[in-house]
Design a protein around this ligand. Structure first.
Ligand SMILES: *Cc1c(COP(=O)(O)O)cnc(C)c1O
Length: 401
């Protein structure tokens, strides 16, 4: 989006503000489906934990997407946004058996990543089809927190435990209709992805009644100019070919599924915040904004580098700034960043603010969560209101003490 458009939205809806560009989401969705156009049955399940506003869900639903969910509340939001249960897959980790049962009752596809749950579920509900999350133990992913396929990871059932899985399936007569993997976020090398896929194909051969293979996600998106990103087009070419060959070998048509979060929404998002203070110290120039890690935690949590643009002065002379928040502890968005000259009152725009930004926002320091706007067909649509004082106290109880 253009600085002028973003600036107008900050004026209209106030700041801090999240803005999502519908066209970018549509574009990314179409890129992925085009890359796999040779596959007859392709299913994209949007990993909604990235950005869970119901209007975003509806936009993706209208594109034909399904949903990947990790909590029963996400399932409920998905149903509320109009998804049918068959379009939702539930891929939790470490949730209770009761929650899994409840989601299964809603008609949603269950994905189990734990042997004890598998055994218990199979014994109790042998007729409910279940997908199994395999951990292929492939080291992938951008950093230790988002890399989930390695040997010490808590995710998935180890591929080395396949004999045990098969024993459970045989004993319970349960129906395994899908095999799944998700090796982590920010995969740079598609060869690593393809290598993990081979492990999944090998595992799949052990199950006679599969309807789908789910290759998870983890696609890397660019954060700045000339940044590396997963080459989706090349992955599409190579994995489709391999998938079609596997289908022949397996002897029946299968659905190929993905569950991208970041890939679909990261680049669509902009976070807009106003500069409250410009502060010169002996070593740097701080630009302090009217926000903090309560609204955008990724730089502090993952060290992610969001490109920052001064949309009030996009063509100004560039200077070096350390951009910080107003939280009363270290709260740095960017260190020593080249940004066009900043004056107090300017609006800064953070790019790649679509995924894991608003969905990770909190009320720390008793601040309101920002409003969210969907930019579609040249118009800003408010999709969640800025919080108010009422929201802060609505669950609090003042007792006489
Ligand atoms: C978070 C998650 C995803 C999405 O990962 P991205 O890196 O955002 O694409 C996919 N599948 C599962 C099981 C997840 O937990």
């Amino acid at each position: 989006m253009q600085p002028k458009e973003l600036l107008a939205l900050a004026e209209e809806f106030g700041n801090p503000l999240y803005v999502y560009d519908a066209a970018t989401i549509e574009n990314q969705y179409n890129r992925l489906t085009s890359a796999f156009s040779k596959v007859e049955k392709l299913r994209v399940n949007y990993a909604m934990k990235a950005l869970s506003n119901i209007s975003i869900l509806k936009l993706l639903k209208n594109l034909g997407s399904g949903l990947d969910t990790v909590s029963i509340q996400e399932v409920q939001l998905g149903l509320h946004a109009g998804f049918s249960p068959e379009k939702i897959i539930f891929t939790p980790n470490g949730v209770s058996f009761e929650e899994i049962e409840e989601v299964a009752k809603l008609g949603v596809q269950i994905n189990i990543d734990n042997l004890s749950i598998l055994e218990h579920f199979g014994a109790k509900h042998p007729t409910v089809p279940v997908c199994i999350r395999i951990n292929p133990h492939v080291m992938a992913g951008g950093n230790a927190n988002i890399s989930v396929g390695h040997i010490d990871s808590k995710f998935g059932i180890s591929v080395h435990q396949l004999p045990h899985i098969l024993r459970i399936v045989e004993n319970t007569k349960m129906h395994i209709n899908g095999i799944h993997m998700h090796t982590g976020s920010d995969i740079l090398d598609i060869e690593v992805f393809l290598y993990a896929a081979e492990i999944l194909f090998d595992a799949a051969k052990n199950f006679k009644d599969l309807d789908f293979l789910d290759f998870g996600s983890g696609f890397k998106v660019p954060y700045k100019k000339d940044d590396i990103e997963t080459n989706i087009e090349e992955l599409g070419k190579k994995l489709s070919k391999r998938f079609l060959a596997f289908e022949k070998e397996y002897g029946r048509e299968l659905t190929l599924a993905f569950e991208p979060g970041k890939f679909l929404v990261s680049q669509a998002g902009y976070f807009l915040a106003k500069v409250n203070v410009v502060k010169q110290t002996t070593s740097t120039v701080f630009a302090g904004i009217d926000s903090g890690f309560n609204h955008l935690i990724r730089p502090m949590l993952y060290g992610s580098q969001h490109t920052i643009e001064n949309i009030s002065n996009p063509k100004g002379k560039e200077r070096f700034y350390t951009v910080v928040g107003y939280i009363c502890e270290t709260d740095t968005f960017a260190n020593n960043r080249r940004i066009s000259e900043i004056k107090e009152g300017d609006i800064l725009s953070f790019k790649n603010a679509g995924a894991y930004c608003f969905s990770m926002a909190s009320n720390y320091n008793s601040r309101f969560k920002p409003a969210e706007v969907l930019w579609k067909d040249g118009k800003g649509h408010l999709i969640s209101k800025r919080e108010t004082f009422e929201d802060l106290i609505k669950n609090q109880i003042l007792v006489e003490v």
